[in-house]
Design a protein around this ligand. Structure first.
Ligand code: AMP
Length: 306
């Protein structure tokens, strides 16, 4: 079952303890699409500027990703500059230039309208909401956001959260959104804002899902680990790749059962673990399904009790 994603398609300049890259292909929707493309058909809604080259577009096409919904507009593409010199688990943002995204009016191609699964990747919540409203018949909607939008665009973000099935954010964002330090208390507060399920990403420590029990009171919690890695070359896009593996797998399965949900958490961790092995999207461009399954087996071994 295809998934449609809206979010940033960008140029990133990144500095990590392993080195740096200037203006490489990035963006939340880019990482999400590449990761999800190993599980299901992906359709992208975004905007890029005149500086976006054929070489970058070819990265999407090589993975069979539908780019009909990527508009080309006069101006420059979204640009983000970040570093991980002090903390590999959290990016320090140096520059964010929305550029063509500042004036973006998302248009949904007719061929995308039958999509049942929608992912609202990190971008202005106003744009996330417009796309959500233009696709009222979707069956399952998941989304992501970041500190930038939580801090400065809270009201429009809260409107998006009301209509989300699954929200995926990291620890710091969860605490920031809820205004609570304790993760469980914060998770409860975020669930009260609308999402039926919250997936909290913990960087190198994995991810935890929280869902209210049927009677409302009790929280159902599940944790997937991350793979302990000797070297993390570039953490950029790990969260979006987690989301792509997680949601791409769910979309490929049709109906959502608790067991499929738990597997999706592991596939999310698998794709996140690949993303950080090289700079930018390099690793995600050239994986095989066999490599993905071999790593899934490693995750099994990591957690399985006889
Ligand atoms: P993450 O998975 O959190 O590491 O996401 C990294 C990606 O998010 C980078 O490729 C950036 O281009 C993109 N990004 C950074 N800031 C923003 C923002 N404010 N809105 C949308 N995308 C962003």
């Amino acid at each position: 079952m295809p998934v449609t994603v809206v979010g940033s398609v960008a140029y990133d300049s990144i500095q990590t303890p392993s080195g740096s890259r200037d203006r490489c292909l990035g963006g939340a929707a880019t990482y999400f699409s590449l990761a999800a493309s190993y599980f299901t058909q992906v359709r992208v809604i975004a905007v890029v500027g005149e500086d976006f080259g054929r070489e970058q577009e070819a990265v999407f096409h090589a993975r069979g990703i539908d780019t009909l919904g990527i508009e080309r507009a006069p101006g420059k593409s979204f640009f983000w500059k970040g570093s991980y010199l002090e903390n590999l688990n959290e990016a320090k943002t140096h520059e964010t230039e929305l550029n063509v995204f500042a004036e973006f009016e998302p248009k949904i191609p007719l061929s995308y309208r039958d999509t049942d699964y929608l992912f609202l990747a990190n971008i202005d919540p106003v744009l996330q909401r417009r796309v959500r409203e233009a696709m009222p018949n979707v069956e399952l909607v998941a989304g992501d956001t970041m500190n930038y939008w939580i801090r400065d665009h809270r009201t429009s973000l809260l409107r998006v959260l009301r209509n989300l099935d699954i929200l995926l954010i990291n620890d710091t964002e969860t605490r920031m959104l809820a205004g609570q330090n304790n993760l469980v208390v914060a998770a409860r507060a975020v669930l009260a804002m609308g999402p039926k399920t919250l997936v909290v990403k913990h960087g190198e420590y994995g991810a935890t899902s929280f869902r209210s029990g049927d009677s409302g009171g009790e929280l159902r919690v599940f944790r997937a680990p991350a793979l302990p890695l000797e070297e993390v070359v570039d953490p950029t896009g790990a969260g979006d790749s987690f989301a792509g593996g997680f949601f791409g797998y769910l979309c490929s399965q049709g109906q959502l059962t608790p067991s499929k949900f738990r597997r999706a958490m592991f596939y999310g961790s698998v794709m996140g673990s690949f993303a950080v092995e090289r700079f930018g999207t390099e690793r995600l461009q050239q994986l095989s399904r066999d490599e993905i399954e071999a790593r899934f087996a490693l995750f099994r071994e990591l957690t399985h009790l006889d």
